[in-house]
Design a binder for this molecule. Structure first.
Ligand code: CP
Length: 338
């Protein structure tokens, strides 16, 4: 409790894989904004420490922002693109490795744990095997065998660094706006499904819902076509509607994201272009700020007119990835080894 008062609620952060690793979201957000104002204030915190960034899947923002964050703290980041440059990993216990996998995570991860003080990993879902994906098989096996603190760079079901960034970005805008208490209502955040040409993971949407619900400082609405319900463990607490027009009314922030179906796992049931967010649709909002984690399919998920308008804060949002990563790494460094 005392630590929460001091804004140090997360001093025992030993890993960062979901909102459950965070004791006080607002304290973390304030620390991130302080890093944004003064990026090198802790430039000696990670001196002599190495961070391994392990990518089984592609990335632009996560890869670069986390490296910059580590360097701002004096750490040496080293990237390993396992997915394109390394041996193919096996994650199943007792697997008979007579197929395409070459190296078991129980052999690879302890070596990485000896090379690095902190590890971070990106492991997308298969979208074929719901049980493995939603049990976070890859992430949990990596954590089990790494022996050092692990940061998620996006897993099968969640993208916590993105979600922390999203709340940092929303908070920045709320600080600039007239206090909502004065106008007698809470901030309204809408997560809207958008069309896409291929099945995408539910990670960003699950994670955004999980964090906004845990944050608890906004009225939160999720809108999507029928049969696109996300896992209730993440959405519980939000208002869910299939009526996008109704959802968008008076919104202050609109988060646009495609996801494939969860119940009948990893499918595309709808590609209706009417779900794309356009300037016309934004007219019913409270001049909403438009968010997207990127990369975005222009004129499929979001129209050019919206993305290139002053309502769009996607560049600011992606730029804030540095401060989210720096804050999490600083908390992990301060918490010490496992
Ligand atoms: N938003 C996000 O995670 O971007 P990258 O996939 O480019 O890292």
């Amino acid at each position: 409790m005392e630590r929460e008062k001091e804004g140090e609620a997360d001093i025992n952060m030993k890993q960062f894989t979901s909102v459950h690793d965070v004791a006080n979201i607002n304290a973390l957000v304030e620390k991130a904004l302080a890093y944004k104002a003064n990026p090198l204030v802790d430039k000696s915190l990670g001196a002599g420490k190495r961070m391994g960034l392990i990518f089984l899947n592609p990335s632009l923002r996560t890869r670069l922002s986390t490296q910059i964050a580590a360097e701002n703290l004096g750490m040496q980041p080293i990237v390993f693109n396992v997915g394109s440059e390394g041996w193919s990993w096996e994650f199943e216990e007792e697997a008979i490795m007579s197929g395409t996998t070459v190296e078991h995570v129980k052999d690879a991860a302890p070596i990485l744990g000896n090379y690095f003080d902190v590890l971070a990993i990106r492991t997308f879902p298969s979208l074929q095997n719901k049980k493995d994906d939603y049990s976070e098989l890859f992430m949990n096996q990596f954590i089990k065998y790494a022996g050092v603190p692990v940061v998620s760079l996006e897993s099968s079901t969640l993208h916590p660094l993105q979600s922390l960034t999203d709340i940092i970005t929303i908070r920045e805008h709320l600080l600039l706006a007239p206090p909502l208490e004065e106008i007698g209502r809470r901030c309204k955040i809408v997560l809207t499904w958008a069309p896409h040409i291929k099945p995408l993971p539910q990670c960003v949407s699950n994670s955004f819902a999980q964090w906004i619900n845990a944050w608890g400082e906004a009225d939160f609405v999720i809108t999507h076509p029928e049969d696109y319900e996300l896992d209730e463990q993440f959405t519980k607490g939000a208002t869910i509607t299939h009526n996008q027009d109704e959802a968008l009314k008076d919104a202050d922030f609109v988060y646009v994201k495609n996801w494939s179906t969860y119940t009948d796992y990893g499918r595309i049931y709808c590609n209706d272009p009417a779900w794309m967010l356009t300037e016309e649709k934004l007219k019913t909002t409270n001049n909403a700020k438009v968010m997207h984690c990127l990369p975005v399919r222009r004129n499929v998920e979001l129209s050019d007119e919206v993305l290139d308008s002053s309502n769009s804060i996607v560049t600011q949002q992606a730029s804030n990835r540095v401060w989210a990563a720096q804050t999490v790494l600083a908390e992990i460094l301060r918490s010490g080894p496992l």
